[in-house]
Design a protein around this ligand. Structure first.
Ligand code: FES
Ligand code: FES
Length: 152
């Protein structure tokens, strides 16, 4: 039988039905049409599915949809303000810090969470924080430069 969940996603109260074993990532993508978070691995290794849960960075492939009950989720779709991109998103474009883009939503969500905790990180801190977000395309340097320039 399905579980009824009431949660907050990007500031809006949302209700859905999900299977007991269904991941939050699958709920977001398949039930709610929020396809920004990506499934790279499904096992917590790549960070492409990153969202925040009550402000804490999590891999949504490792959270059950049912566990979102009563919590506050933010996804990449909540990052821009209307038509205006978040400064991090603008810097990623400026620095061409993406190629295929599969890793990008997760990296942006993860980086925003870092900058909320630590608005002026060192490059080492940024690299350490993003160690759980894999990118198979860019070689990371443009990503790091975009983040450092946003933080500057
Ligand atoms: Fe969740 Fe890779 S899809 S960490
Ligand atoms: Fe392709 Fe990062 S831009 S995986």
């Amino acid at each position: 039988s399905k579980i009824h969940v009431t949660t907050t996603i990007n500031g809006d109260q949302v209700e859905y039905l999900c299977d007991p074993r269904e991941t939050l990532l699958d709920v977001l993508r398949d039930r709610l049409g929020l396809t920004g978070a990506k499934e790279g691995c499904g096992t917590g290794d790549c960070g492409a599915c990153s969202v925040t849960l009550d402000g804490r960075l999590v891999c949504s492939c490792l959270v059950l949809g049912a566990e979102a009950e009563g919590h506050d989720i933010t996804t990449i779709e909540g990052m821009a303000t209307g038509e205006e991109l978040h400064p991090l998103q603008q810097k990623f474009i400026e620095y061409a810090a993406l190629q295929c883009g599969i890793c990008t939503p997760g990296i942006l969500v993860a980086t925003e969470a870092l900058l909320k905790k630590n608005p002026n990180p060192t490059e080492t801190e940024v690299r350490y924080w993003l160690a759980g977000n894999l990118c198979r395309c860019t070689g990371y340097d443009k990503i790091i430069r975009a983040v450092m320039d946003t933080a500057a």
